[in-house]
Design a protein around this ligand. Structure first.
Ligand code: ZN
Length: 59
């Protein structure tokens, strides 16, 4: 099941959505901002198939 995360870039402040499969459970990954292309680490907490927390840290 895919959920759309709303990611706020710590570098440029732009918000973009990211498809995330909540059935995978909690995850942490590094992505590049769709707007400024700078990297960030996204940590997603999942409980009972729902996103309960989202942390975004600039690299
Ligand atoms: Zn950005």
């Amino acid at each position: 099941m895919n959920d759309a995360l709303s990611i706020s870039c710590p570098h440029c402040g732009e918000i973009f959505s990211l498809a995330f499969d909540v059935s995978e459970g909690s995850a942490e990954f590094t992505i590049d901002c769709e707007v400024c292309c700078r990297p960030m680490t996204v940590a997603v907490q999942v409980a009972d198939g729902e996103v309960t927390g989202l942390d975004i840290v600039e690299e």
